[in-house]
Design a protein around this ligand. Sequence first.
Ligand code: F6P
Length: 515
Amino acid sequence: MLSEKSEWHALQTHRKEMEHIHMRDLFAQDPQRFQTFSLKHEGLLVDYSKHRITGETFALLMDLAKACDVESWRDRMFAGEKINATENRAVLHTALRAPSSETGIDSIHETLDRMKIFSDSVHDGSRKGHTGKAIKTVINIGIGGSDLGPRMVCEALAPYQDKNIAVRFVSNIDPSDMASALSRSDPETTLFIIASKSFTTQETMANAALARQWILENLKDENAIAKHFIAVSSNEQEATKFGIDPGNIFTFGDWVGGRYSLWSSVGLPICIAAGFENFRSLLDGAYIMDKHFREAPLSGNLPVILAMLGIWTRNFWDAQSHAILPYNHYLSLLPAFLQQLDMESNGKSIDRNGNEIDYETGPVIFGQPGTNGQHAFYQLIHQGTAVIPCDFIATLEGETQQHKTLLANMVAQSQALMQGRTSKEPHRCFEGNRPSTTILLPKLDPFHLGMLLALYEHKVFVQGLIWDINSFDQWGVELGKELTEDILAKDRNEADSSTEGILDYIRTHTGKHVV
Ligand code: F6P
């Protein structure tokens, strides 16, 4: 077990030695600290000098990464071994962004070619609806990984968007989500993408049925379905059953996890919103990060470094949450995306051998763009009792004074967190010594966005390796799904008084028979 490893014990001892060391002093003692603890790669700068680390900490963290066989697990993942043991699946989202000469999986490039043809046909107006009008609105219906990734990237790449095509996302089973999207759409010019790896997800299937009904009510012809619906799925059979024309189904392998799927045909809305070339560039950026992750030594490996700093704060300084703070408004949805990536991957408490573990795993991920968050929850990060490591993420483009002010705000926040402030008045005292990482991208272009997302994917993977958990399954989500089905099917037998009480209240006050 991890907690029995000598490398783990060495870190525990070292943690005690670090107890009273302040980052302020570490910076004062070493003018080169930024150079020592920062790394540049393909235009990305990652500064991790504002962590409570010394050269010794760093070396001990790398020793732990070695002891946990990070390199061999990484190689097994890239080689397509079935490292997702509980689902008996390989984990090959990295193959989706590699050049064809490297993957040997023909279907990836055939699908990419089809995605290009399809998105081009929407852009040039040759893709028509049932009544012969060109498609103007695309509504992606999906949830979780079949929604968050493409939604976040479309938002991030909004400046690249074709202004003649509206791309919308519907995920929630609450019918108001769909109603809001439909109220702004014209059935004759709207195309639905039903995105679901399993093609059985309750929310997605319910929303797909609403969309189908809307098209039939308005266009009054069953043949319209073939023109207004396409599917993105690993389950071709179910998509065909729904009535989707087999020529309109874009498949991907079961070796692509839902939260890792934006690189697959799940990324079709990105191709439609920003154009296929920009989607390709997103894949290329991710591929460059994959290459770095595969080739760089552990101590110069960005995902490994971020992962190990997370282990340091989570397991040795009891940081129970982690803030994602993008200083670029187009990255507004990044915290939500990373929430699923990290929390669904590493929210586990059973190791790969099925044993209960005795150490902490994934933190709570939260965040929102700066400077908004500064006026909401940063107070707790500065002066609260909890340690909350922060990732400050910014892009350098933007000429105006307001852009400069934005960046100045970000730098000031990380400085204040590190430095703190002494004062005669206790309420004005900031302890400081609070850890943060700063990631700077030259520009929020598809390439660097791809690098950033792959950086986080691999970070999460490495942390899962250290914690000896399977980062690629999500069995915890299943129980809620099963109980919903039970409630709807009325065949629960042992309802507790709270559940019964709530259901009774709903029945009495709305007349709605949930059961
Ligand atoms: O929430 C659980 C989950 O299985 C996610 O992992 C997944 O991204 C989401 O549901 C949607 O699944 P599907 O793409 O199969 O509809």
